[in-house]
Design a protein around this ligand. Structure first.
Ligand SMILES: [Zn+2]
Length: 231
């Protein structure tokens, strides 16, 4: 498979084990007891090399969102790997955050997508939606102090009311004392390649692909100046 296309999958079409780990469409509770529906549409990343080469935005690659440690279920540590389609929305916001912070932003292993089967996943967390990132370093700043975490939390929250951070503190899941947690809440994305004409039955087996931004730009670039274009 080439690196300039992202394969979109409906998790209901995956095998039984993957479905039981990703739990598409199931409800999970957050700490306050509110229920949230888990995402159903995922990008399928075929191989490590693909994750490394695939850019979601100019400064964020797919690899930063899919790398997990041994606390993730073994099947989900292997390729092909799956990540909710909303990760692109997150990458877009992180790109804005990077610009506002004026420095490079480093997401840690486990700091992007974590499946509902991940050992860190007790209650629902936007990490299960692919809409949260844990950032351990910004430029040369290691984010371990109250001052730094609060300063960059403010930078993140000033971007948009869609952005939430965890306050400085020592209670795992409620606070953060060694990273900045940025999330967009429980966003699910239905990719335009998907037809929503069925509930939970397998769709056609034909693979669906979403084009990456870079490729879209390349296609636009070949339209001669003055031409009306065809797309
Ligand atoms: Zn987090």
């Amino acid at each position: 498979m080439s690196n300039d296309r992202l394969k979109v999958v409906d998790a209901f079409d995956l095998d039984d084990e993957l479905r039981s780990l990703l739990r598409p469409g199931e409800m999970v509770r957050d700490e306050q007891g509110r229920r949230h529906r888990l995402p159903r549409y995922f990008y399928e990343i075929a191989a490590h090399e693909e994750a490394t080469n695939l850019r979601l935005t100019p400064h964020f690659g797919m690899n930063e969102f899919v790398f997990v440690d041994l606390r993730e279920h073994p099947r989900l540590q292997a390729f092909p790997r799956y990540i909710p389609c909303a990760v692109r929305v997150l990458a877009f916001y992180l790109e804005q955050f990077r610009a506002a912070a004026g420095a490079s932003v480093h997401i840690a292993v486990n700091g992007g997508y974590r499946s509902p089967a991940h050992k860190m996943a007790l209650n629902s967390t936007p990490h299960m939606w692919g809409t949260a990132a844990d950032i351990y370093r910004i430029g040369t700043n290691i984010l371990k102090t109250k001052d730094l975490i609060e300063r960059f939390n403010d930078v993140a929250e000033d971007l948009s009311d869609d952005v939430t951070t965890l306050p400085y503190g020592h209670v795992t899941g409620k606070n953060a004392d060694d990273h900045v947690h940025i999330d967009l809440g429980y966003i699910t994305v239905v990719p335009r390649e998907i037809s929503e004409d069925r509930m939970e039955m397998p769709q056609e087996s034909r693979p669906r692909f979403a084009f990456e931004e870079r490729r879209r730009r390349e296609r636009r670039a070949v339209i001669p100046a003055g031409s009306a274009g065809e797309d």
